[in-house]
Design a binder for this molecule. Sequence first.
Ligand code: KIV
Length: 294
Amino acid sequence: MSILPHAGNGNVSVPDILSRKTVPSVGSPESKSKITCLTAYDYPTARLLDDAGVDIILVGDSVGMAVLGYDSTLPVTLDEMLHHVRAVRRGTRRALLVADMPYGSFHVSIEDSVRNAMRLVKEGGAEAVKIEGGERRLELIHRLVEAEIPVMGHVGLTPQSINAMGGFHVQGKSADAARQVERDARAVEAAGAFAVVLESMPRELAAQITERLRIPTIGIGAGPDCDGQVLVFHDLVGLTEGYTPKFVRRYADLAAEITRAVTDYCGDVRSGKFPSDAESYHSAAELRKKAVKV
Ligand code: KIV
């Protein structure tokens, strides 16, 4: 059964994103501004991002680390993703809503993987799914596209491969490694993806891939020459604890602001300053004159 409160109301569609390819030049000149993408995992954040005009809202499996307190993205389940995708769906009207396929949900048979992606569309209201991996995902991406599920690829550093890669490292630094990243990006395009995330790689490599692909590239830690950029919302607003990679630009320090607000609240409650008389309800005037006798 489907629960799609706003599906179809979004103004940004998959063809719109394709038409925003900046290099090589396609489409009309006025549609050439860079694509903006941010993660969201809940209704109020989705509303704020949507109202601010973000083009793509990604319910990333980074929810595992940003919101659920896991050490990596690996434990995130399809049901957890669905819970967050539904909330974001309810808050998204204009942006294109893309849902990450979590680890394990597409490492099964092609049939089961397509079924899992369909759940994100039918039950979650996602308009596209994102899949980590390049050449190895060719067949799956092709089958998803055949099943009318638009796919965003994701190559370079793929956090779901943390155990195989031995940590989070910049990818494509040697000539061989760069060739592999480019082959992965080309495979994703050939399989029918409408866009591809390029994560953590030298900007020169990302620029070359962007130049050579017909689909838009969305960079994260891949320099300024991609067709668009994505960041994790919690990194952008300063809600992430500990180490943040150098490609993160903090536009706000919400952790400090929340700590200040909560500390002030606790202080006011303890000292009796909150709530004030003006923040209290009052009895009707005639009842106020008499003491209420029970
Ligand atoms: O899960 C996520 O948030 C992502 C983006 C960082 C691209 O994959």
